[in-house]
Design a protein around this ligand. Structure first.
Ligand SMILES: [Zn+2]
Length: 120
């Protein structure tokens, strides 16, 4: 008779995965936003829509969000309060980048781009 040594090891069990708790952001950026944004840009550019915040014409020859006078989509009802309207074209109006950012009511990051009213 040969004594068999059984090595009893703890079978797995308490494995804790670090980083399992994913802090969910309250702001959910839809993956379809870039597409809707493009649709809004086409719509407003063809219609030559003016800025709905200041009523002035928008420079559609500039790339969107590239210049204070360039086009930027503005959510009439802020996405932070109405996330379901983020992709609703009726809720998106043409605005200047500067007007939209100055309003600062939306989910856009506040950029420190200063107030350049004119290119000298
Ligand atoms: Zn404006």
């Amino acid at each position: 008779m040969v004594p068999v040594l059984l090595l009893t090891r703890g079978t797995g069990g308490g494995g804790t995965c670090p980083g399992d708790t994913r802090g969910r952001d309250t702001m959910q950026r839809s993956t379809r936003w870039p597409l809707v944004r493009k649709l809004a840009w086409d719509r407003d550019r063809k219609a030559r829509a003016v800025c709905h915040l200041c009523g002035q014409p928008i420079r559609y020859d500039l790339k969107p969000s590239s210049d204070p006078e360039s086009w930027e989509p503005d959510h009439v009802l802020p996405v932070s309060k109405y996330p379901e309207l983020e992709l609703d074209l009726k809720n998106i109006k043409a605005s200047h980048m500067r007007c939209n950012r100055a309003r600062g009511d939306d989910s856009y990051h506040k950029l420190d781009i200063g107030m350049q009213s004119r290119i000298w």
